[in-house]
Design a protein around this ligand. Structure first.
Ligand code: DQA
Length: 143
């Protein structure tokens, strides 16, 4: 089992700034993640919330269940110490992902307050960022 968790505004993929995030919808992303999971022989549970408290709760669940996580914290990436503290409690690999490449965008996106407590970060590959993160986790779990 792997959780694929996405933060605020990501349910609006396809409608939201398509020049930055592309025209695929959140359902397309969820289908892609589940299909990748099937390929890898892993059950993928896809969730999205705009609510910081809910996301923190899911990270606690993952920590308690030793469940690996692919996490796109969206805007929380840049300022949520609550999220960082929740990730710091992780008991399994957690990969931070971004659809866009925040380093190539506005200054405020250059800081990730969660990167240092994640296993690693994959950014800038569009929806493929999630696929790469799932594959990275599958390899880590195997070892
Ligand atoms: C994002 C990048 C963040 O800066 C932004 O706030 C998002 C999406 C990405 O996937 O590229 O909401 O995490």
């Amino acid at each position: 089992m792997i959780y694929v968790l996405s933060g605020p505004n990501l349910r609006r993929l396809g409608i939201r700034e398509p020049d930055v995030y592309g025209s695929d919808t959140f359902e397309d992303l969820a289908d892609l993640c589940r299909a990748t999971g099937r390929e890898l022989g892993l059950h993928v549970e896809v969730r999205q919330t705009d609510d910081e408290a809910e996301l923190v709760g899911w990270l606690h669940e993952a920590a308690d269940g030793k469940i690996p996580v692919v996490l796109n914290p969206a805007a929380f990436t840049h300022y949520s110490y609550a999220l960082r503290d929740a990730i710091a409690q992780r008991t399994a690999p957690l990969v931070e992902v971004h659809i866009s490449n925040p380093a190539a965008r506005e200054e405020f996106r250059h800081t990730s307050v969660v990167a240092a407590v994640a296993t690693g970060t994959i950014a800038g590959f569009g929806l493929r960022s999630y696929v790469l993160a799932l594959r990275a986790i599958a390899e880590m779990i195997e070892k």
